[in-house]
Design a protein around this ligand. Structure first.
Ligand SMILES: [Mg+2]
Length: 179
């Protein structure tokens, strides 16, 4: 599976041009091509491309996304639970499902609690597609956990522990305290 994330650096015309080339290479999605406020631009892009466009990590509430869903500006939504909160994340995920839009939650630079929350959240969403996570770029995230927590062969195991399913070792946290 190949995806291309361009972090809002495209105009509509350049995103269409890029998307058409990515389609030839069978990319799964073009991510964050435009600023999230440009809904008319996202609609034009979605209509021009066959490939999926994924947007959402910059938005915090379902109200910011409602118009985009109604106008079919996104094919996949990538909200970030550390930014929306779990409750609002569920509202966004449910609203996306109403529009037959899969979710691919974003973690990005979030810490280990953000990662665990996103895993537990994702497991509870019927329209979950895949979770974005750059684990090997963020190994330091595990520096404060009692046990290693990460993906195995690309998959996280959903915990049967209460809460987020991970334990923070306070003695390890103290190593990083700055006074
Ligand atoms: Mg990304």
């Amino acid at each position: 599976m190949l995806m291309c994330d361009v972090h809002m650096r495209q105009s509509v015309s350049s995103a269409i041009k890029l998307g058409r080339e990515l389609e030839k290479l069978d990319f799964t999605w073009l991510e964050s091509p435009l600023v999230p406020e440009d809904i008319p631009g996202a609609v034009a892009l979605a209509e021009a491309l066959d490939m999926a466009v994924a947007i959402g990590e910059w938005s915090r509430t379902r109200y910011e996304m409602r118009e985009a869903f109604e106008r079919r500006a996104y094919d996949i939504v990538m909200h970030d639970i550390a930014r929306t909160g779990i409750t609002e994340g569920h509202r966004i995920g449910t609203m996306a499902d109403t529009y037959n839009i899969p979710i691919a939650p974003h973690v990005g630079g979030g810490g280990i609690l953000s990662v665990a929350a996103t895993v537990e959240y994702s497991a509870s969403c019927s329209n979950f597609m895949i979770m974005e996570h750059s684990h090997h770029a963020n190994d330091v995230k595990n520096a404060i956990t009692a046990e290693y927590y990460g993906p195995n062969n690309g998959f996280f195991e959903v915990s049967d522990r209460p809460g987020l399913g991970i334990e923070i070792d306070q003695s390890l946290v103290e190593k990083y305290l700055v006074s």
